[in-house]
Design a protein around this ligand. Structure first.
Ligand SMILES: Nc1ncnc2c1ncn2[C@@H]1O[C@H](COP(=O)(O)OP(=O)(O)OP(=O)(O)O)[C@@H](O)[C@H]1O
Length: 317
């Protein structure tokens, strides 16, 4: 049995001159929640579609649960929610799932199991049309869960949800993972998913910039010092920082010092007559790391200004 749930090697997709996915090599391990992160248009959906065999790669290879992408998967191995589920608006959630279940060879008991899994049992007889966006997304996840697949692929599962809907979806994904399912999800909301992913792959302009655990990606903590006079404070922080850099930020001086350096640093600042207003341990968010990684990188040729602006807006929204 392959220890990896999904892998891609140099996976590439071109649409005419445009390289939507550029030599992406990623590895999703069994049992983890893997976040495939990047701004809209970065190539996430295209990569997932290639993994699921819905789009043919231009070059490179992909495999899921040890089988080359594109080969039919035995029932109960892979479930996916890609680009919004297609449900009949005038049928109830339950009737929609029953229709799908019959098509896929599952019985009504499986429909009840997945409805319960996404907490929609009580609202199962309501028309799909009347569902909130969060409920619609959860019904889509329920459809992906039929047959209890080993790997669940969710494309932007929190897209468009309000904070409560996002929290529900996060809790559901964490539950699935606790039950041993592997979850591969894509998102442009880095702050949103950093809380629930074990590892992440960051994609921009079709290229995988980095793949690692969330903790590795965020790096260690830093100390932030707000004190006056700032020149004296900077000199003292620099001495404590030794060969580490000291950065001036709008929120104060920041240096990659460990949290346990704070007491000595505070004493040194006070001894030098510096007024210390704040010493804080700060952790970088994935969003900050993403902006550092992409700073100065080439932007899409089509419309660089608007695309960059749009990406930035959506990354922080
Ligand atoms: N069928 C297609 N024909 C032409 N270009 C395409 C096609 N599908 C995707 N693209 C282009 O490939 C690039 C990557 O798109 P993709 O949908 O994979 O990105 P994404 O990261 O999933 O973004 P989003 O979250 O907006 O879907 C985009 O520039 C997109 O316009």
């Amino acid at each position: 049995m392959s220890e990896n749930a999904a892998t891609t090697r140099q996976l590439t997709k071109r649409y005419g001159d445009r390289v939507a996915v550029d030599a992406v090599s990623m590895t999703v391990r069994r049992g983890e929640v893997y976040g495939f992160l990047g701004p809209n248009g970065a190539g996430k959906t295209t990569t997932l579609r290639m993994l699921l065999g819905l789009v043919r790669p231009t070059s490179g290879a992909a495999s899921i649960l040890g089988r080359p992408a594109g080969r039919p998967h035995p029932p109960g191995t892979v479930g996916a929610l890609i680009e919004g589920p297609g449900f009949f608006p005038y049928l109830s959630g339950r009737a929609n799932l029953r229709t799908l279940a019959r098509h896929r060879g599952f019985g009504d008991a499986e429909v009840e199991r997945v409805l319960d899994r996404v907490d929609l049992t009580e609202r199962g007889d309501d028309r799909f049309k009347g569902y909130s966006l969060g409920m619609k997304q959860r019904l889509g996840v329920a459809a992906a869960l039929m047959g209890d697949p080993e790997l669940i692929v969710l494309d932007e599962p929190t897209n468009g949800l309000d904070p409560a809907g996002m929290a529900d979806m996060r809790a559901l994904i964490v539950d699935l993972s606790r039950d041993g399912q592997t979850v591969l999800l894509s998102s442009h909301l880095l702050a949103e998913v950093q809380q629930i992913c074990d590892r992440v792959g960051v994609i921009n302009d079709g290229r995988l910039l980095r793949e690692s655990t969330v903790a590795e990606m965020r790096g260690g903590v830093s100390l932030r010092v707000r004190a006056t006079p700032v020149e004296t404070a900077r000199a003292i922080v620099a001495r404590a920082a030794a060969d580490r850099s000291v950065r001036d930020t709008p929120d104060g001086l920041v240096s990659d010092l460990p949290a346990d350096a704070a007491p000595d640093l505070t004493r040194a600042l006070v001894a030098a007559g510096v007024d210390v207003r704040e010493i804080a341990v700060v952790e970088r968010s994935l969003e900050e790391v993403f902006f550092e990684m992409t700073a100065g990188l080439h932007r899409p040729a089509a419309d660089p200004a608007s695309e960059a602006a749009r990406d930035n807006k959506e990354l922080v929204s």
